[in-house]
Design a protein around this ligand. Structure first.
Ligand code: C2O
Length: 550
């Protein structure tokens, strides 16, 4: 195993993906930022030098951070941010996982421009569980705002102006026709596409004209090979897929288009956003284009999301735990909260929107990170009373305000609350989408662990009917899952890593709405299974930290 070292200079740079030049914070001057390549078992060391004007943290999305919770980079959860003109070095081992992940800033909307690929190859001498590809190609999908005021002053981010593939908007937009991502391929060769949805707020469909792809991993976990002509990725998800240049020599578009998941309103896809596959020897002619799914094509998204299975017996596979120690039922809601003074609120009656889990709107701490408060036993930063159930039962997917207690569900409690979990226990979470939040898919992401997606369906979860249908044999094992519109997922994970870990919606627009909670995984019996002391140079909070503004 090696030590892989990077220096991240975070600075404000000028870029021009569309028509206007924009000043954005970027790592080493590029959008997307640098690709990190490691092998499983390596130690990754990243020196972050903050020359930007923003407070930042960097999160290694999907990395287990075994015994290195202090390196998770979750702003005000595991650390206070790195302030301008300050540095911090992230250092952690990458073990027990292979495939494609991403790194991104974890402070307000900064991940819009501070992100990049994190590629984990097998240890040297270990093969992939699929034929060795000729080449590997990172494909990073992004959202772009052509604003001169600066995206970062707006929260939540407004509708975006464009989508990008590897920083390039391509031929769907004015000003960017000649700035399109191009992949040159040799006929007959197979490529491993390492696909990441780094968009802040949009699920995206992906297709390549006239070609199939074979999915071999999701969120850096190998899957049973799955052949498809279309895929969908929620923000924060990644897919490894093989693609063989097995079609006639010419040009082909690879395209992305938004998946809005809204029920009922049939909307054709926007102009798809294109990159180009160029077969060696192809003369420039007009490229073949794929037909993209409609924006609300729930059926296509559901098929892709639910049909892929885990690679039982593959590298790092562990059987699904049969016994559950902690059962949780978590409802997602979107209610209202009185508008604080001197703030403009966009909700009805001058209120602001308040997303919630089990009718709690999560408040990011302002003075001290939760993990420092936990480690040093400092009270007043959070409470450990996150409820394992919603305050009451109701018809989740057909929620209507009829009674006083329905009305209360519209005004969630604002709190920084965590759920404490014993070391090594198996946690099962049913996440239920509700009518309180509109029929939209929400990508729930867990820090520090992968979860098995043992159940996935539409309607109200029924503990008797649906519990008997759980897939305990070959479910997906991953870190981010879209909870279907008007549906639910059932997740299991083993809490074998001490520390404070976020569980939240990976639509950035929903973070200020508090669709979030935290798990505190207690120490195990030995020093080796306990949360170590924080690194001595962990950034300190000032009296005026950047906080999530809502
Ligand atoms: Cu990729 Cu908490 O995030």
């Amino acid at each position: 195993a090696a030590i892989v070292e990077h220096v991240f200079h975070v600075g404000n740079v000028l870029v021009k993906p569309l028509c206007n030049e924009q000043m954005i914070p970027a790592v080493n001057g590029t959008l997307p930022g640098p690709t990190i390549k490691v092998r499983e078992g390596d130690t990754l060391v990243v020196h972050v030098i903050n020359n930007s004007t923003y407070n930042i943290t960097i999160h290694w999305h999907g990395v287990f951070q075994l015994k290195s919770s202090w390196m998770d980079g979750a702003n005000m959860i595991t650390q206070c941010p790195i302030q301008p003109s300050n540095n911090f070095t992230y250092r952690f081992d990458i073990t027990g996982q292979e495939g494609t992940l991403l790194w991104h800033a974890h402070v307000v909307n900064l991940r819009a421009t501070l992100h990049g690929a994190l590629i984990i190859r097998p240890r040297s001498g270990r093969p992939y569980p699929f034929p060795k590809p000729y080449k590997e190609v990172p494909l990073i999908f992004q959202q772009w705002w052509d604003l001169d005021v600066g995206l970062l002053n707006l929260r939540p981010a407004p509708l975006c102006d464009a989508y990008l593939i590897n920083g390039l908007a391509g031929d769907s937009y004015p000003c960017s026709k000649n700035r399109m991502f191009k992949l040159k391929v040799v006929q007959g060769k197979t490529y491993l596409l390492r696909i990441i949805n780094a968009a802040l707020n949009t699920h995206l469909f992906f297709k390549i004209a006239n070609h199939n792809m074979t999915v071999v991993a999701l969120d850096a976990v190998y899957t049973t090979p799955y052949v498809t002509d279309v895929m969908v990725l929620t923000p924060g998800q990644s897919v490894d897929a093989l693609f063989t240049a097995d079609q006639p020599t010419r040009l082909y578009h690879m395209s992305i288009s938004p998946y809005t998941s809204a029920h009922g309103i049939p909307v054709p896809a926007n102009n798809p956003i294109n990159g180009l596959i160029v077969y060696e020897g192809a003369t420039s002619s007009s490229p073949a284009s794929p037909l993209m799914p409609w924006m609300n094509d729930v059926a296509t998204a559901h098929k892709f999301s639910s049909n892929i299975t885990g690679l039982v017996g593959g590298p790092h596979w562990k059987p699904v735990p049969r016994h559950v120690d902690e059962k949780m039922f978590v409802t997602m809601g979107l209610g209202l909260d009185p508008c604080p003074p001197k703030t403009k609120c966009i909700g009805p009656y001058g209120h602001r929107y308040a997303g919630s889990l089990n009718n709690r709107t999560f408040m990011i701490p302002e003075r001290l990170s939760m993990q420092e408060a936990y480690f040093y036993n400092i009270s007043g930063v959070y409470t450990d009373d996150f409820p394992a159930q919603p305050p009451r039962k109701f018809d989740y997917t057909n929620f209507k305000v009829q009674t006083d207690s329905d009305f209360k569900m519209m005004f969630p409690e604002r709190k920084t609350s965590a759920k404490t979990i014993k070391f090594n226990s198996t946690v099962e979470i049913v996440v239920q989408n509700t009518g309180i939040i509109s029929a939209e898919s929400h990508p729930m992401h867990l820090h520090g662990f992968n979860f098995y997606v043992v159940g996935y369906g539409f309607g109200n979860y029924d503990p008797i009917r649906d519990a008997s249908k759980l897939n305990l044999v070959n479910p997906q094992l991953r870190n981010t899952i879209g909870v279907p519109p008007g549906g639910y997922v059932v997740l299991r994970f083993i809490a074998n890593n001490p520390g404070v870990w976020m569980f939240h919606c990976h639509m950035d627009a929903h973070l200020p709405y508090g669709i979030m909670m935290a798990f505190i995984v207690q120490n195990g019996p030995t020093p080796d299974t306990s949360l170590p002391s924080p690194p001595s140079n962990l950034p300190q909070c000032t009296r005026d930290p950047t906080i999530y503004e809502s």
